[in-house]
Design a protein around this ligand. Sequence first.
Ligand code: BES
Ligand code: ZN
Length: 632
Amino acid sequence: MATRLKNLTVFLSIWLLIGASVGSAQKMNNAPALAPDVHSYSNPQAVRATDIALDWTVLFDKKTLQGTATLSVARGNSSDKNAPLILDTRDLTIEKAETSGDGKNFKATAFKLGAADKILGAPLTIELPSGARFVRVYYSTSPNASGLQWLAPEQTAGKKQPFMFSQAQAIHARSFIPIQDSPQVRVTYSARVRTPSNLLAVMSAEGNSQTSRRGGDYTFKMTRAIPPYLIAIAVGDLQFQSLGKRTGVYTEPSMIERSAFELADTEKMVEATEKLFGEYRWGRYDLLVLPPSFPFGGMENPMLTFATPTILAGDKSLVSLVAHELAHSWSGNLVTNATWRDFWLNEGFTTYLERRIIEAVYGAPRREMEATLGRRSLEQEMLGLEDRDEILHVNLDGRDPDEGFTGVPYEKGALFLRYLEETVGREKFDRFVRNYFDAHAFQSITTETFVDYLQKNLIAQNPKVSIANVNEWVEKAGLPKNAPQPKSDAFAQVETQANNWLKNDITASGIRAKDWTTQEWLHFLTKLPTDIGADRLAELDRAFNLTKIGNSEIAFQWLMMSIRNNYAAANTRLEEFLTSIGRRKFVRPLYEELTKTPEGAARAAAIYAKARPGYHPITVASVDTILKWEKR
Ligand code: BES
Ligand code: ZN
């Protein structure tokens, strides 16, 4: 009896083992079909990375990350059972590659680095002997890695310590990790990071020190499967301050007080978003305020949003950026675009959610102001776009996503969702959005998958929207006639003031702008005629001191107008702005505007010669193109 029971147990456990392994193999086979990704050389349909363990030493003197990446891999259902593993790389030096069946004993394997493409980098092909389940690559990054910026102490707020940060979206993870760099190849990751002992390392993962404790040896773990573009690291003289029970901010010590003040509403925003769209599934939500060369406004690295210091306006008026990056914790990080042509699923949803969060925390009038500014900037931008770039489901074949992205996925995408909200009613739409996040949580999906889900779960029950409407929004250029028109009473007042001044009914100092918010100032400035003339700008400047204004968004608008109208009194400020800030959204249009006249082009070249060494590689790539800058 006892032996029979024992036999049965053995039999059962063998059966369970087989069952479990068949189960996981099937899971792999049943994984959502992969969409063709023109921006990756990798072959996830044949072999797929599921986890990456990083071991890095941060070498500031060499501007290099050196170490290993150990990938867990699983074979897919491809007919080629001997397929090698193909990874994306850019400017990596590969020392050796090893494989292992058990994760403990590694043996050298053959690898080959292919020819480098300017946009995509170079494929790294690694032979996999049968039974290989782990692949370890020994490598180091280039000092020019497109996804890293190495700052000298002078480029930081504190001026004493160096600083390094990554920016992987869209296709820069491959410049610091050999990886299947497609947003549909989701991975968990862990990292051990060694730094100089007086610096703090933080990552988009669990393990960030909340005591600012240093030591130079840090470990991190991201247990949720994320797309590679969300792997992020920063190292510097960082301090932490708590903002709420699961929120906080990291930045250099001299910036911590201003940052904590500006970001004080973060916890409230998380609560508001949970109420609208369901549970926040990432544990903590912290922010990192970077030095001013950070090329974007914000980057939604999971658990740790990266942000430009240009949002520190002193009056919390630019925190829609926090709402935006936080919203990506649902749209983007939880439900991810499968390829970069589906980017609008990330950014359109996020811009829509951002404004819903703003409404919940600051009221509907603020949402309407920001939505109005958004629609207007979209209309302005589209005047200069080719038809193909006005399509949400954009074709990026042969193009660098860094240069292919415009305001269209953001603002047209948000208008499309607002159109759905207005047509079916908020209650139904909110339920749909919540269910959409639940149904696709931790998945990467294409536009087709979204449209199919929309058809089955919203359109089928609502005769007011048709699939033809949807296709017009998603596949056609321009804005459909039924596009929502946000409306702001406050802005109507601003326009009245602007018109009265333009008609000379009132003087500039008679404009009642004392209580204007940042949004009202932006509306005022963008409503003025583009060729208003330098004398008119001088009048405004005397009344409101706009050349000296510290708010980065207002300063940017003002400088654009100053260039267009040859307002020389702003020249020094323009140079100061361009040499101290590297945020591409500001820098790129200013250089573009300058190049429209020969004198402007000469000034642009002179300013750029000074500014270029301090800019991030992504900003450099954009401005080099605008100014036809030759590497000297
Ligand atoms: N994910 C983007 C930033 C991004 C997009 C980086 C594409 C690389 C490629 C981020 O969420 C974003 O949209 N940032 C905006 C701010 C936002 C408030 C519109 C930015 O950086 O200006
Ligand atoms: Zn975004």
